[in-house]
Design a protein around this ligand. Structure first.
Ligand code: M6R
Length: 620
């Protein structure tokens, strides 16, 4: 969740770390801080509550000078977002500065012992025990590296930790424990940067070549960065030979391209995202799905007896849609479950179980832990993921990359549509491979998918209409989103988008469940968004809409173009084009995203960085 940046090189560290924190701000923005080792070897610290730009605005005089430093942008877990709780944290003697992403699960007992031994704590964070543990090791005569490793062996929980030491010998230690909290190390032309993820690192290497040598830390691995380069080692200090690769800045460039928000830019990019997810995975001549990146053999596919799809948040909604698609076109029993629940069950998983994880970041702690559990139980593990080289892609037997491009808006949009596209491809591929779909049916499905980018592009054309409808609904404080079948998770996704960026209370509900409780909420203060496209459950949803109207509810319906009959019975309509059934979840999502976006704008919310949220949830 939090973002970490560290720098050693020939340039001033402050502006580089500051820029890196801005790029990492989507991971958390409760507070920020930078520590720089000044030319006298002392650690200079500056912190702010709130966003990173506060570091520039706090009137604290000239920026700390020096060519070695560490920075942090925080998503608060332990302790409120205050100045004292902002990272970096220092030890009693102010010799060490530490930044941290994750949770020290045994911090209470460690803090108690360290306090009894005379260490003075200045914050309420779990992080601060890390600084005092390193200090304790050094007080016992260990070197900085040895004390840092000892600290790594003493703490419990998944996390990324980095520290700098005062003095002339420039040195950053960075450590990854467990599955949460990645650390990437990028080197180029005498400079080294460490950080939480790749897109935030490479733009910081202001080098002529614009290319960096990049290594990812695995669990229980540590990087020791000095002016001479990087040493990778394990927690006992044994050297590790790290496979690194060259990555160019062009691979990770991000900007708003003239849009007011990343979210809007990313919504507008959805036709390309969907097309890119299909690229080289459809043989348009044969009108077949061909997944060259699917990791299992024909025999293994034939032997599958069950598919479990897991994810969190928006990715869970994609999993729930995927379940319908796999059952319908793949001909396999399928379940979808929140990774945070799944990881604590004891599900039956065998080598014949295909577990499919979905995740934009590939770093969501619950998803990664659930994947590891499924792998340990012997399941076949596939991930649908957007972030190259992420944890999920390293744990899985194979990855179907979304290829949606970097998504910066905290609210997931284009990666959701890319996930739905790939889940369609996966379901068709399983059906083809297992002889469930005959040639005619799979060709019809493939032809349908080929239309998706154009149809989504058409939906994006009339922005004025989404703005107009948003104006009519922006003052409602309660929303119910209803959908049935494959569109029930789309209703949940519409509600999630609205609540996360506008802070309006919104519930997503399977329409058929409404009469079992939520109907009690219906009155003229409750807005109902009903998904009623022309599919095989259309008549059922029509009945649900009528039930709402009979109770004075205001209904905004998402209907198929030409449906004048139901349009006449509801208050307002957003149309989607007539399309094959497997495209409807993709198409119905777009108006809901734009409704949420425009309502959030009208309510003057921070659309790209809504309060309390973070793009990558790397803590439990
Ligand atoms: O990176 P992931 O897809 O695993 O992230 C999962 C959720 O945290 C994420 O989808 C979250 O719900 C989004 N903010 C929704 O817009």
């Amino acid at each position: 969740m939090c973002g970490i940046v560290g720098y050693i090189g020939g340039q001033e560290a402050w502006p580089i770390i500051y820029e890196g924190l801005r790029l990492l701000e989507y991971r958390g923005y409760d507070s920020a801080g930078i520590a720089v080792v000044d030319p006298h070897g002392n650690i200079q610290l500056r912190k702010t509550v709130g966003k990173v730009n506060g570091l520039d605005e706090d009137g604290a005089g000239p920026k700390p000078q020096g060519t070695v430093g560490l920075g942090h942008t925080r998503w608060a877990t332990h302790g409120r977002p205050t100045h004292e709780n902002a990272h970096p944290h220092t030890d009693c003697q102010k010799r060490i500065a530490v930044v941290h992403n994750g949770i020290v699960e045994n911090y209470r007992e460690l803090k108690r012992r360290l306090t009894d031994d005379g260490h003075v704590f200045e914050s309420e964070t779990d992080t601060e025990v890390l600084t005092h543990l390193v200090e304790e090791g050094m007080d016992q005569g260990l070197t900085f590296q040895e004390a840092f490793r000892r600290m790594g062996r003493m703490v419990k929980g998944s996390q990324a930790i980095s520290a700098i030491l005062q003095g002339d010998a420039a040195q950053i230690c960075a450590l990854r424990l467990g599955h949460a909290g990645g650390i990437v190390v990028a080197q180029s032309e005498g400079q080294t940067i460490i950080g939480s993820d790749l897109p935030a690192l490479l733009p910081l290497l202001h080098t002529e070549s614009n290319i960096g040598q990049v290594g990812f830390l695995e669990t229980n691995e540590m990087a020791v960065v000095t002016r001479n380069g990087v040493d990778y080692q394990d927690l006992d200090g044994n050297p590790i030979v790290k496979q690194t690769r060259m990555v160019s800045q062009a691979d990770v460039q991000v900007d708003k391209a003239g849009y007011q928000h990343f979210m809007l830019k990313e919504i507008m990019e959805q036709p390309q995202a969907v097309a890119s997810a299909m690229r080289e995975r459809i043989d348009f001549e044969a009108r077949r799905v061909d997944l060259p990146d699917f990791p299992f053999t024909k025999q293994e596919i034939a032997d599958l007896d069950r598919v479990i799809l897991i994810g969190c948040g928006t990715s869970l909604h994609a999993a729930q849609v995927g379940r319908h698609l796999v059952e319908r076109y793949g001909g396999l029993p399928a379940e979808a479950e929140s990774a945070s629940e799944f990881r604590y069950r004891n599900p039956y998983i065998s080598p014949r179980t295909l577990v499919v994880s979905i995740g934009q970041s590939g770093e969501t702690a619950d998803t990664v832990a659930a994947m590891q559990m499924a792998k340990d139980k012997g399941g076949k593990l596939l991930t649908i993921c957007n972030a190259e080289g992420s944890q999920a892609t390293r744990i899985a037997d194979g990855t179907l990359y979304m290829r949606a491009g970097i998504e910066i808006g905290v609210a997931s949009t284009k990666t959701f549509l890319a996930s739905l596209t790939i889940l369609n491809l996966l379901a068709i591929f399983l059906g083809q491979s297992r002889g469930i779909l005959d040639q005619e049916k799979s060709q019809e499905l493939v032809d349908g998918l080929a239309q998706a980018p154009r149809l989504i592009g058409d939906l994006l054309a009339d922005q004025a209409n989404y703005r107009r409808i948003a104006q009519l609904y922006a003052d409602f404080d309660y929303f119910l989103f209803l959908g049935r079948g494959v569109n029930a998770p789309i209703a949940s996704e519409g509600a999630l988008k609205l609540k996360e960026i506008s802070y309006i209370h919104a519930e997503g509900y399977p329409a058929g469940e409404m009469k079992h409780g939520p109907i009690a909420l219906i009155d003229n203060a409750m807005a109902t968004v009903a998904l009623a496209p022309k599919d095989f459950l259309y008549d059922k949803v029509v009945n649900n809409v009528k039930e709402v109207k009979a109770r004075d509810g205001r209904v905004l319906a998402v209907l198929t173009e030409g449906d004048t009959e139901l349009a006449a019975e509801v208050d307002h309509v957003l149309y989607i084009p007539e399309a094959p059934e497997h495209l409807i979840p993709l198409l119905a999502t777009v108006p809901l995203q734009l409704l949420a976006y425009n309502i959030a704008l009208l309510r003057e919310r921070d659309v790209d960085q809504p309060r309390n949220l973070a793009k990558s949830v790397t803590v439990e």
